[in-house]
Design a protein around this ligand. Structure first.
Ligand code: SAM
Length: 297
């Protein structure tokens, strides 16, 4: 492939980009030509408010073409247009071929949870030491095992005495990784819920790929009492959800919360104090795992 590089003033970027697409460019990208120089002018806008300027004062516009002839022809045709005034052609350069699939896959390596429990993308072989594993590829929903909050929840699951998870609720299941992890450690009755329908679908697909049985649905699917309630969300929604999550914890059951920063431990403790006494059970890279056990009946 060949890249045609142009320099355009702010008011020409849109029309030149449209023209490049009409000239069969495979893609067009726009960058600030003054980025990281003294001439750089940042664009700011409050969320929800219109920005005062739509583009940079000078933009570098790069268009990909399948052949060098196509790139040079596009440059020549653009040069004849009135709207190209103030723009200039900088170069036509070959672009090194990349195996994009391989490049993307190389960024996702197997993740060790414990020495014998691993999260392994489908394009990797299982190592001999992985006596338990979850097969999971990156997708639309959060939860590939690379984030410390997910890893701490999985580590907690892996360290429970065999057969002690009981009925499991994964609240905010994302990819379903925690629910699948619970199934791999012997849980037989699992509900995984999320407000995002794409996460519910990802959980069902990932459960099937891992050969485990679970129920997945929107939050109202969570019903009754559970021996283990897992919720890896974030501190603010966890505080709002405190009465709801605590109401699902059976006598003798465990509540396991993640998505909490070290400095947020006390506010979480206070939010849950009317129902359960939370303590810090693990920490990883500034994040903490907080757990509580309801007294046995
Ligand atoms: C950080 S991800 C955790 C995913 C997975 N459980 C893990 O541990 O990797 C949080 C998930 O919670 C979901 N979520 C956020 N707020 C929620 C709420 N109020 N009720 C249910 N799910 C919620 C999000 O859609 C997201 O999929």
């Amino acid at each position: 492939m060949f890249e045609l590089r142009l320099l355009c003033p702010e008011e020409r970027v849109e029309i030149v980009s449209d023209a490049l697409m009409a000239l069969q460019a495979l893609s067009v990208s726009v960058e600030d030509a003054d980025a990281d120089t003294a001439a750089e002018q940042a664009l700011f806008g409050e969320p929800g408010m219109p920005v005062d300027r739509e583009g940079w004062q000078r933009s570098r516009v790069a268009a990909l073409f399948g052949t060098e002839d196509a790139a040079r022809e596009a440059a020549a045709l653009l040069g004849l247009q009135d709207f190209f005034a103030g723009c200039s052609v900088q170069s036509v350069q070959p672009v090194a071929e990349q195996d994009w699939v391989r490049l993307t896959q190389s960024q996702f390596a197997p993740v060790e949870i414990t020495p014998d429990f691993w999260i392994v993308p489908s394009w990797h072989e299982l190592s001999a030491q992985a006596t338990r594993s979850i097969r999971l590829d990156p997708g639309m929903a959060f939860g590939t095992g690379t984030h410390p909050t997910t890893r701490m929840c999985l580590r907690w699951i892996a360290q429970r005495p065999a057969g002690r998870l009981g009925r499991v609720l994964d609240y905010g299941c994302g990819s379903g990784i925690l629910a699948i992890g619970a199934a791999k450690f012997g849980a037989l009755d699992i509900d995984a819920v999320d407000i995002d329908p794409a996460a519910v679908q990802a959980t069902l697909d990932n459960a099937q790929a891992n050969g485990v049985q679970l129920n997945a649905g929107l939050p109202e699917r969570a019903q009754g009492l559970y021996g283990t309630v897992l919720a890896n969300i974030l501190a603010t929604p966890l505080k709002v959800l405190a009465p709801l999550l605590c109401a699902h914890v059976a006598a003798g059951g465990h509540l396991v919360l993640a998505g909490i920063l070290e400095r947020q431990a006390e506010e979480l403790q206070q939010a849950y104090a009317p129902w359960l006494q939370l303590g810090v059970a693990d920490s990883d890279d500034g994040w903490i795992l907080m757990t509580a056990q309801r007294a046995a009946a």
